[in-house]
Design a protein around this ligand. Structure first.
Ligand SMILES: Nc1ncnc2c1ncn2[C@@H]1O[C@H](COP(=O)(O)OP(=O)(O)OP(=O)(O)O)[C@@H](O)[C@H]1O
Length: 641
């Protein structure tokens, strides 16, 4: 035993993960090869990238490749790459902890659902893949031998583990750069000691990998002593995948399965995408884009700092993951690859921000994503579309609609296209399926605005007193409860020539929707109510900007509104909750002179208390809280007693 051998423990999460991998039944064992080949390919990408700055890293092996081989007697399967390799410290750090976010998500899912039985857990592993640790699905021990590019041959490392709590590392002399992952196969994994089997798995999962994957050629060997013959490996290697980056191939040569498999590989998503778009763009800026719309939102979608999902390549050379300059923030859910023919290979993130080519790529890609979404929205209404296709836009909207709305404030150039993609719930539709065009088509004669209300929840929006008169007159109101709505709607003042109007802002003007008799009655009521209004104003002068008579209420005594250009009470509350500065909004109290409680005001000895109650109740109905809840309760109780 070498003197420098050390035994180290896995990070607790890794030990937990390995326990799962080795103790669950697994429906899809073969994914281990996909994961290991993908790591090998990533390691080659990293070498190519580092070598841009230091060509010597190629040493005497400029052709990057992955080799897959096996030894039937020893029961080992080996995946070797001549990529970047690992130093001893890197082996300890990277193979002893959980690096990738996909694996973390997988762990979260499992711990979030303790009821899942072993078989279901196994299925989850199959769908997600757990990177390097997938090797333990088929191996009872794994040896990794590696040497980092640029280090001396004697600075190699051997890492060994039986997939229990710990692993060993020792120094190794390894002349060739790169990594070999040697799997010591379990009894029940003998099937992977077969060229045919391995080739078929590579064809299924790894065909699009842009590097050559090599295996030994086989030849027929007659059996001795009348025993049957068999195929045996020769010393010659052959390439067993297409070895050209998927996106660089012609569309017509790529099947839907290949597009889907590629998506799963780059996104770590186990679900098939909703749509993709693959184009070669020519002209002033040349690039290839392969962009996908996922079917489900990742757990961290709300994090606007979250890395974008688009990988940047320059002439097939991988440059960086998460190239945020290539996609606007509001399209951060899009996954894919952009391969530029114009950018310099040594482009940095900083340079990307300033590049005119990148701006052109971002604009082109944004348009492409919007076209994909428009196509999904079109299919939703297309009679001849399959049920699955029809459901796609609804699914997209449920997962990503709120993020797309950010675009209204972020991407002025595409605002009109975005507006057409919006969907809302409304007083006529519980499901968020109403487009602004649908709404317009249903507008009443004489209606000259698109009405909407924002609230903390859909239920609060639906039950808001502000809607009463609209309901009475059968006018549809869009209901909005996404946190982003209020902000986003600031940027959308009209749709197709019709203004959008919040029913909680400004005096309600139903314009031509009110008949003459109604207008006259309202004016008379307001006139008769003037003295009471004056007293209300005085009683509430610290709390309300103004008090006025309204026609928007039918069943409720009062409601709060803000003046036309002001910030809604709901947005002000949201900002406060988020710890941000919000201006003090003094709302207007609108009262319904027809309501019994309001009529009671005149001549009541409790005038002051009733006025406060009226205000507090309007605040409650609108989703807020009285600033002094105890005082409110006391006043109500005093009147009830
Ligand atoms: N063949 C390899 N060559 C060099 N480094 C490797 C190799 N395989 C794994 N590693 C290192 O081990 C780390 C952990 O690998 P693992 O497959 O668990 O996650 P990952 O590859 O980081 O995740 P992702 O698949 O999202 O990129 C890698 O990030 C890499 O640093």
């Amino acid at each position: 035993m070498s003197q420098n051998k050390q035994t180290l423990s896995f990070q607790a999460e890794v030990a937990q993960l390995l326990h799962l991998v080795t103790h669950s039944l697994y429906s899809n064992k073969e994914i281990f090869l996909r994961e290991l080949v993908s790591n090998a390919s990533d390691a080659c990408d990293k070498l190519r990238f580092e070598a841009l700055a230091d060509n010597a890293l190629y040493e005497d092996q400029p052709n990057l490749e992955v080799r897959v081989s096996f030894d039937k007697q020893a029961r080992t399967l080996t995946i070797t790459d001549n990529g970047i390799g690992l130093s001893q410290q890197e082996a300890i750090a990277n193979l002893g902890t959980i690096a990738k976010s996909g694996t973390r998500e997988f762990m979260n899912r499992l711990s979030g659902d303790q009821r899942a039985n072993a078989a279901e857990q196994g299925q989850l592993i199959g769908q997600f893949g757990v990177g390097f640790y997938s090797g333990f699905i088929v191996a009872d021990s794994i040896t990794v031998e590696s040497r980092r590019a640029g280090l001396q041959p004697e600075e190699g490392v051997r890492w060994t583990s039986a997939g229990t709590g710990d692993f060993e590392v020792e120094a190794l002399t390894r002349p060739e750069r790169g990594t070999s992952v040697i799997l010591h196969l379990r009894e029940d994994a003998t099937e992977y000691l077969s060229t045919w089997k391995l080739k078929s798995i590579i064809a299924k999962y790894s065909d699009h990998i842009s590097l050559p994957i090599l295996m030994r050629k086989e030849e027929w060997k007659e059996g001795e002593d009348n025993k049957g013959g068999e195929m045996v490996p020769t010393s010659e290697w052959e390439t067993v995948n297409q070895a050209s980056a998927l996106w660089s191939r012609s569309k017509k040569d790529i099947t839907a399965e290949q597009y889907t498999e590629f998506y799963k590989q780059i996104s770590h998503d186990h679900e098939a995408p909703l749509a993709w778009s693959h184009n070669r763009v020519e002209g002033a800026t040349e690039y290839t884009q392969l962009l996908y719309i996922p079917a489900s939102a990742p757990f961290d979608l709300w994090n606007r700092e979250k890395k974008a999902g688009v990988k940047l390549y320059v002439k097939r050379v991988f440059i960086m993951d998460d190239a945020e300059a290539l996609m606007p923030v509001y399209l951060r859910f899009v996954k894919g690859v952009i391969d530029s023919a114009d950018l310099p290979l040594n482009v940095s993130r900083e340079l990307l921000q300033e590049s005119r080519d990148v701006r052109a790529i971002r604009e082109g890609s944004t348009k492409r994503v919007l076209s994909m979404l428009e196509e999904l929205a079109r299919l939703e209404k297309e009679d001849s579309a399959s049920a699955e296709d029809k459901a796609k836009y609804g699914k997209f909207w449920a997962e990503f609609g709120a993020v797309l709305k950010e675009g209204l404030g972020e991407d002025f150039a595409n605002r009109e296209r975005l507006a057409k993609l919006l969907r809302f719930a409304s007083t006529q539709s519980d499901a968020p399926t109403v487009s602004l065009a649908d709404y317009k088509a249903r507008m009443k004669d004489g209606q000259d605005a698109i009405y909407y209300i924002t609230a903390d929840t859909l239920a609060a929006a639906r039950n808001s007193p502000q809607l009463e008169v609209f309901r009475k007159k059968g006018i549809e109101v869009l209901l909005m409860a996404d946190r982003v709505d209020e902000w986003a709607l600031n940027y959308l003042t009209d749709f197709d020539g019709t203004p959008l109007q919040s029913v909680a802002k400004g005096a309600v003007d139903l314009g031509k929707l009110q008949d003459e008799a109604e207008k006259k009655a309202a004016e008379e009521a307001a006139e008769a109510f003037k003295p009471v209004l004056a007293r209300l104003k005085e009683a509430l002068k610290d709390r309300a900007e103004d008090v006025r008579v309204t026609t928007r209420l039918v069943d409720s005594p009062a409601c709060l509104v803000v003046e036309g250009g002001g910030m809604s009470l709901q947005l002000a509350r949201m900002l406060k909750q988020a710890g941000q500065k919000a201006p003090e909004v003094k709302p207007v109290l609108e009262v319904n002179p027809e309501h019994a409680l309001v009529r009671k005001l005149d001549g009541s000895v409790h005038f002051h208390d009733l006025a406060q109650i009226l205000f507090d109740q309007a605040l409650l109905a609108e989703g807020g809280l009285p600033e002094d809840p105890a005082a409110y309760v006391k006043r109500v109780n005093a009147l009830l007693a």
